[in-house]
Ligand binder design. Structure first.
Ligand code: MIG
Length: 800
């Protein structure tokens, strides 16, 4: 039974009238005459959970997505009733529940405006074959409503008018509109009448979302099993919705090491060792910064995970050490399929311990992947994850590998219908035994989690680094991710841009694409343009399959090499800026990339924009996504923006042409911003940072900026050893004031700031630092608008 449309509801059943109401602290239950129970949990003033059962009995309440660290608590909760409705009121929301049919409508408590309202509301169809129900929900779409999110869907930002399926799928050479692909993130944000709310449908079965596609004014979602179980998250700010969803499903457990935000070079495959060394040596020779080098499946012995090919990598420990001495972190791939081979210890152990997945009737789940016929660990079992995590001991602790890349964890199986396990495969699901129908979408997540546990353990006291291809909501707690097997075409450059923005909007910011494209080969121009986009993605890696030629920064001739170097250098200069944005994400769940709609939802011009996005808080970028361009038109959000290259100021709220030859791209800085920069390094830690550059962009008025730093690795920052600088800028006609407030116990290596003043509307005649007038000759060594001063200052006055 594939119910691909919500309207195929020949057998639909509906709740009848409420006959019972119970309140247990923040959990409110409403039971109908036909035995449907709706349980509403007030988690926060702005977060309500709705859960339905059609038998009066709920399933064991277990979720891989929801984190125990999620914030809870509310300021106000009151339940009242009248003839037709029960009404739940919190400090932020009013929720009406109809007494005749359980239909919900939710209002903003501040102004009583309607936010979200059920159409049919909860309905279901019994599933004879599997038991349980196909559970469905439909809501009325409000006039002018827009929809965003859903993870990695390769489509335009605004999802309105489209229908989607969630079923984690290996999707080699997917394209625009391919659905589903690698990830299942059943969370969307909706926006109408300037207000945003989110819906997270926490159901791991195959699920569907329809945004006014099947019926013009209806939004619906449904799943092939499990419970109708969703969280309603109110904003009204879109960034609050996303931050609250991220809080609910988890922020990354730790900051990434700073090097992980550097540039990564990958290929399927660099081998043997001499080839790896040639590549890394070339980076240093050509002075192109790079922090990480990858080994794809060919480093193994016959594709057996946790082994090394003796022929190609005779002494991995020595090699990894030599690479490390040159600033390269080695990252290796690990797949879930374990080769059936009694002489292979990982296989033998898995078998002895009964850790492999089995079919409904008892046989092992056997599937063909790279090593040939394999069995697959059941990562949904805690003991199996523990075992798996211990397998990393040698790789990490002994050999010195710094990161692990989990691939094929959809799980992908070759040459079979559906490219994955059949539905009947059994899983432990952390003590809630079930079939693959329920566990499929979380299999890859649980593999990445087990890998993360291993890396955390054996990398200690350093931070772990993991990458995954498959993901379900919450996977961002453990790992970074990439967008899978894309193609070297211009359209895929656009798709990469959309996917990275969408993932950030879906709580998963540590994301990037295979720069240049995985399948086929880019020409130099496409590669250069892709690098320009890629340096602004949180995860920045070139990767490609082996059969389509070279894809290193120098593979396309000197002109391209120079462009690529120039942009990777910009990324390295911006590392403290990117790290600060990452810190905001880890601390508060604020997405690192902000689609324009997320940046300014009040401006209706942003609701359908795709290409432009804001990185962190202050940088606006827009990639060039077509060949032979000398520039492009782009939309500027309301406000004033400095051209990064020329300092020319642009007034926002309009679309304008921007020049951008191949060695340039549209990058703009928000006025009033203070952008921190490090010197260019070939890898993180190559140089001691002797001075922090602060690019200050004058604004008439106020603006705040932050700079977060710590030891770049390790966990001391959690104990307060970080450095957070809050800058308040105030620009007047004839004066610029910068105040600094510093917190945290970390002492940065540099002692001074080099301040570059951009757009200052007057000639400096006097400078005062913490009430002391500084002779200008001491502070303006270059005679232009730059000055060097102590990092300890608290108040700087630059005067006409
Ligand atoms: O069946 O490991 O998406 O990044 O290079 C292909 C080989 C398996 C798919 C991954 C790709 C990786 C490749 N893998």
């Amino acid at each position: 039974m594939i119910l691909n449309t919500e309207l195929e509801h020949k057998g639909n059943a509906f709740p009848s009238n409420i006959i019972k109401y119970e309140k247990n602290l923040n959990v409110l239950s409403f039971t109908t005459e036909n035995n449907v129970t709706l349980q509403v949990t007030v988690r926060r003033d702005s977060i309500l959970r709705f859960r339905y059962t059609t038998t009066g009995i709920f399933e064991n309440d277990f979720s891989y997505a929801i984190t125990k660290y999620a914030s809870r608590g509310y300021n106000h909760l009151e339940v009242t009733e009248d003839e037709t409705h029960y009404t739940i009121t919190t400090a932020k929301l009013i929720c009406n529940i109809s007494k005749t049919d359980l239909r919900i409508s939710i209002y903003d408590a501040k102004d009583n405006s309607l936010i979200c309202e059920d159409e049919l509301g909860f309905h279901w169809e019994e599933s004879y074959q599997y038991g349980g129900n196909v559970v469905k929900m439909s809501k009325v779409s409000q006039p002018g409503e827009s929809f965003y999110g859903l993870g990695d869907k390769p489509v335009d930002n605004n999802l309105k008018g489209k229908r989607f399926e969630n079923w984690v799928t290996d999707s080699y050479a997917y394209g625009r509109d391919t659905d589903p692909i690698y990830k299942t993130i059943p969370f969307y944000t909706a926006l109408h009448n300037k207000k945003a709310y989110g819906v997270f449908f926490d159901n791991t079965f195959r699920s569907f979302f329809d945004f006014c596609h099947e019926r013009r004014n209806i939004t619906s979602f449904w799943a092939h099993g499990g419970e109708m179980n969703y969280y309603f998250i109110y904003g009204p700010e879109m960034s609050e919705v996303v931050a609250n969803y991220t809080d609910l499903t988890g922020k990354p457990h730790a900051m990434p090491a700073l090097w992980a935000l550097g540039y990564h070079q990958c290929k399927w495959s660099y081998y043997p060792e001499s080839n790896v060394k040639e590549i890394t040596a070339k980076f240093r020779e050509l002075q192109i910064p790079c922090d990480a080098i990858y080994l794809d499946i060919d480093y193994m012995e016959g594709f057996r995970c946790f082994t090394w090919s003796k022929e190609h990598f005779p002494d991995p420990k020595r090699m990894v050490k030599e690479l490390a001495d040159d600033g390269f972190k080695t990252i290796v791939i690990i797949d879930p399929g374990i080769k059936i081979d009694m002489d292979y210890s990982v296989f033998r152990e898995g078998l002895e311990k009964d850790y492999f997945c089995k079919r409904a009737d008892g046989p092992y789940m056997k599937g063909k992947v790279w090593p040939g016929e394999c069995y697959f660990p059941d990562f949904t079992k805690p003991e199996v994850r523990e075992w798996w995590s211990d397998l990393f001991k040698e790789l990490i602790e002994d050999i010195g590998v710094k990161g692990v890349w989990n691939d094929m964890n959809e799980p992908a199986v070759m040459d079979v219908p559906g490219k994955s396990f059949p539905d009947d495969v059994r899983h432990d699901y952390d003590g809630n035994p079930c079939s693959h129908r329920k566990a499929h979408n979380v299999y890859g997540m649980q593999m990445a989690r087990a890998t993360y546990q291993g890396l955390k353990k054996f990398s200690y006291p350093l931070r772990p680094f993991v990458i995954t291809r498959a993901a379900y909501s919450g996977t961002q707690r453990y790992t970074s991710s990439w967008t899978g097997d894309n193609v070297a075409t211009w359209d895929h450059l656009t798709i990469a841009n959309l996917q990275a923005q969408r993932m950030c909007m879906s709580g998963f910011s540590f994301i990037g694409s295979d720069i240049g494209g995985f399948a086929e080969q880019p020409n130099g121009e496409l590669y250069a343009r892709w690098i320009q986009l890629g340096i602004f993605h949180p995860f920045c890696r070139t990767h490609s399959s082996g059969d389509h030629g070279d894809q290193e920064p120098w593979a396309f001739g000197d002109t391209i090499t120079d462009v690529v170097r120039k942009f990777i250098e910009i990324r390295y200069q911006l590392l403290p800026y990117l790290y600060t944005a990452f810190w905001r994400y880890v601390e508060e769940g604020i997405p690192i990339l902000k689609s324009l709609v997320l940046y300014d939802q009040l401006d209706p011009q942003t609701h359908y924009r795709n290409d432009e996005f804001v990185v962190g808080e202050k940088l606006l970028v827009c990639p060039i996504t077509a060949p032979n361009q000398k520039g492009r038109r782009m939309y500027f959000p309301i406000g004033k923006w400095y051209n990064f290259w020329t300092d020319e100021v642009v007034k926002g709220g309009q679309e304008l042409w921007v020049d951008a030859d191949l060695d340039s791209m549209p990058i703009f800085v928000k006025e009033g911003a203070i952008i921190p920069k490090y010197p260019i390094q070939q890898y993180v830690g190559e140089k001691t940072v002797e001075e922090l550059t602060l690019d200050v962009y004058y604004k008439f008025g106020k603006e705040t900026s932050q700079v977060y730093e710590d030891a770049t690795d390790g966990y001391d920052y959690i104990k307060g050893r970080y450095s957070l600088r809050d800058f308040n800028l105030l620009g007047k006609k004839d004066e610029l004031i910068i105040q600094q407030h510093k917190t945290g116990k970390f002492v940065t290596t540099y002692k001074t700031f080099k301040i570059n003043l951009h757009g200052l509307p007057f000639k400096i005649s006097k400078i005062e630092v913490d009430n002391v007038i500084i002779p200008i000759k001491n502070i303006k060594p270059n005679g232009d608008n730059t000055l060097t001063l102590t990092k300890e200052f608290t108040e700087l006055h630059i005067m006409a």
